[in-house]
Structures are given as C-alpha cells and as structure tokens.
Design a protein around this ligand. Structure first.
Ligand SMILES: C[S@@+](CC[C@H](N)C(=O)[O-])C[C@H]1O[C@@H](n2cnc3c(N)ncnc32)[C@H](O)[C@@H]1O
Length: 205
C-alpha cells in the first residue's frame, strides 16, 4: 500500500499530516504530525492545492536545513536524499535522520552534485529550497538525477536573487532558465504563508 499524506482539521482549518516520529515542538493530532504551512513550504504548497507525489517516491531534497520538512517527506517516501552544506543545520539533520531509515542526510554542496552522485539513485521528485543566489542553476545541475517525467519543485526566494527586483520578475527568470531541462507547468506564489517566495513546478524533459 502506498503511504500518503493525509489531512487533519486543526482550529477549523485543514492541514496536511503524516504518521511518524515527532521532531521538536510540533503539533500532533490523532497521532499524526501536522505540517504547518508557515513552518514548511511544502505544507504551504499542499494547502494551496498543489499535487506533491512523494508517496513511495525517491526524493532528492536540496537545502534540507535542520530536517523538518525532509522528516515529513520521509514519513511517506521510499527514500529521501537530503543535501545540506551548512554545518549547524546539517548536524541537526543528522540527529533527525538517526531514527528514520528512509532519510539519508548528505553533508554536501548542492552546486557540486558529483559530491553525492555515488549515493543518489534516479529520483522521482526533486525538491529544492536552497534560498541562495543561482537557484535555477542548482536545479539544472541536479537534473541528471531526475528520471524522465519526474517532478521538480523549485522554491524560489526572490530576494536571494536580487533584493531590489520585483519578485515576479525573478520567478519568471528562474522558470525560463529551468526550461532548458524541465517543462515548467506552473509558478505558485507562496503568499500569504511566505512573502516573496514562489514554487516553480516542472516536469523533467
Ligand atoms: C530555507 S532553508 C531550508 C529549510 C528546509 N527546507 C525546511 O523546510 O525545513 C535553506 C537551506 O539551504 C541550505 N543551502 C543553501 N545553499 C546550499 C547548497 N549549495 N548546498 C546545500 N545546502 C544549501 C542552507 O544552508 C539552508 O539550511
């Protein structure tokens, strides 16, 4: 049976939720970990009605941070390869992964995929949340890991590209660059949960 993200009701709102071991101070309802849209951009995407096919999938997660969203993914995915290059979040990510057999922390630079190419197998989903300049280039460099037809979710933090530009301009620029290796399906603004952030949703060519 495919594991899947479910929905729970909290204070009359519906939120995505998964069954798994809790991380830090998160809310648990009916035994399920609640993904809050203000704490996880993936939760914001789901609340906005975007399909995120991670059930039983292999996922390459770039910009894993301290591992909160990667831990949600690992509740339902087959494997989550979580790449993080900053030592402090990476050490928290390793702690989070300790008890999760489907979460593989990789202390590496997502701009240098050769650092983890011997570990990562072809993935169904690329999820990227690096929040640094050159967000399209990172996704292009990692396109080789994504199977044909696989999905990419590239979170774009506009201010990381240029603090003075209009955010929409930056989303469009990233989407245009991605076209080299991905067929862009839509650009989803993450407001009101995150200002000046959008997700480019695409399919690997
Ligand atoms: C917004 S945070 C990620 C939060 C996380 N995705 C979550 O939802 O729990 C962005 C992270 O990307 C990491 N990062 C930025 N550039 C990176 C790179 N080139 N390689 C690996 N990690 C990177 C940063 O160190 C930071 O921890």
């Amino acid at each position: 049976m495919t594991r899947a993200v479910e929905w729970v009701k909290v204070d009359s709102e519906r939120y995505p939720a998964t069954e798994g071991e809790s991380v830090r101070d998160e809310r648990v309802v009916n035994g399920k970990r609640v993904w809050h849209p203000r704490k996880s951009k993936a939760a914001a995407l789901l609340v906005k009605g975007v399909d995120l096919p991670i059930g039983d999938a292999r996922v390459l997660y770039l910009g894993a941070g301290a591992g909160t969203t990667p831990s949600y993914f690992a509740d339902v995915a087959r494997a989550v390869y979580a790449v993080e290059f900053a030592p402090s979040p990476a050490s928290r990510l390793v702690d989070v992964a300790e008890t999760r057999k489907r979460l593989f922390p990789l202390f590496a630079d997502a701009r240098k995929p050769s650092e983890y190419s011997s570990v990562v197998e072809g993935v169904d989903v690329l999820y990227q949340d690096v929040a640094t300049r050159g967000q399209a280039d990172v996704a292009l460099k990692n396109a080789g890991f994504v199977r044909e037809g696989g999905r990419a979710y590239v979170i774009v933090k506009a201010r990381s590209e240029d603090v003075t530009a209009e955010p929409e301009e930056k989303y469009e620029e990233v989407a245009e660059k991605l076209d080299e290796k991905y067929e862009v399906e839509k650009v989803v603004d993450l407001s009101p949960f995150y200002d000046d952030h959008a997700a480019v949703v695409a399919r690997r060519r």
